[in-house]
Design a protein. Sequence first.
Length: 136
Amino acid sequence: MASAAFEEIVEDFEFLEDWEDRYRHVIEQGKAMDPLDESLKVPATKVDGCASQVWLHPTVEEGCFHFDGESDALIVRGLISVLRSLYNGLTLAEVLAVDAHAELGRLGLNEHLSAQRSNGVRSMIERIRETAAAQI
């Protein structure tokens, strides 16, 4: 149950045969993302459990979830972009219903990220789910 934006990433990945190309694609997505306003890089938005610095700023408007994010590592910035495509625009209930591990597995991310990066992605997903659950 992924968003249309995430399905586009899945389709892009199907055309990219080698993992290095996929990795570069993720990084390019992160580079294309607007930077998070410096005023939002505060302890409350910082995600613990990530090897690099990560901030997520979630908002809920009219029952739809949205978040912006930032990292000091290019690949993590790209992973934030992938998570944004997975979750942004969903209802709070849909956010909680997403099996992020399975969806990211469709991209092959689970087996190609280092243990530290995988832990960071899990921490970001946990923060997203906690935020959505607190709004219901």
